[in-house]
Design a protein around this ligand. Structure first.
Ligand SMILES: *[C@@H]1O[C@H](CO)[C@@H](O)[C@H](O)[C@H]1NC(C)=O
Ligand SMILES: *[C@@H]1O[C@H](CO)[C@@H](O)[C@H](O)[C@H]1NC(C)=O
Length: 209
């Protein structure tokens, strides 16, 4: 090999090493009914997907692999109001200082619950510690679960977490935490609800897992 070729090959390797593995999020509808699914990042317009039972949709973040303030939510109705659904939140490639990035994700019941969901990391580049976990949440018997001050609404229907946007535990948020200990039950419910994996991890988000 010529010296120039060796130099080119070396710089290519450096370039490859600096790039995170291509990654994205696979959304699956495992429910027995069709779902409308929405995904948005920050103030970017939301994408809408119609997923039949068993169907899936892959969100590809390309070589940059950044998805800040990402949200995924689903409903049986065409009402795209995220305040009426279980919410899956991602910060793919979150800046953790010193030029380092990490993924953060959670399930949020801060506004409401409507369908079961499970988030699973797939092939993390290396084991990312105890928090590279798989949060999930299922609440069965919604009419019986959804007691005052919370209330059922919509055709889907959803249980509105009336005190969820607040920063303290209340009688309204407590039942959400009891059923789904790994999901946000109120806005400041960080300690047991935030998960994190190495940047470059792929994720599966399954509704009715
Ligand atoms: C929602 O919209 C889709 C596509 O526009 C339509 O096929 C579906 O029947 C609608 N669902 C409901 C529940 O209205
Ligand atoms: C919360 O629930 C407890 C037990 O049922 C009750 O004694 C208390 O008054 C409730 N608090 C509020 C603010 O409603």
């Amino acid at each position: 090999m010529s010296r120039a070729l060796v130099a080119t090959a070396a710089s290519l390797l450096v370039l490859l090493a600096a790039q995170p593995a291509l990654a994205g999020i696979n959304i699956q509808n495992k429910c027995s009914f069709p779902l409308m699914v929405w995904a948005s990042s920050g103030s970017n317009p939301k994408s809408t997907y119609y997923l039949k039972p068993g169907a899936q949709q892959y969100l590809d973040f390309g070589p940059a692999n950044l998805w800040p303030a990402g949200r995924i939510w689903a409903s049986r109705s065409n009402n795209s109001d995220a305040a009426r659904t279980t919410l899956v939140e991602f910060n793919i490639g979150g800046d953790i200082g010193n030029g380092r990035r990490q993924d953060f994700y959670d399930i949020s019941l801060v506004r409401a619950y409507n369908h079961p969901v499970c988030v699973s990391p797939i092939n993390p580049p290396s084991v990312g510690g105890q928090w590279c976990g798989s949060p999930s949440c299922t609440i069965t018997d919604l009419p019986n679960f959804c007691k005052s001050p919370n209330y059922l609404t919509g055709n889907d229907p959803a249980c509105i977490n009336l005190d969820g946007p607040g920063t303290v535990v209340t009688n309204g948020t407590r039942p959400f935490k009891a059923r789904c200990p790994k999901a946000f039950s109120y806005a400041a419910d960080y300690t047991t609800s935030v998960f994190s994996c190495q940047w470059g991890t792929n994720y599966n988000v399954a509704f009715c897992y």
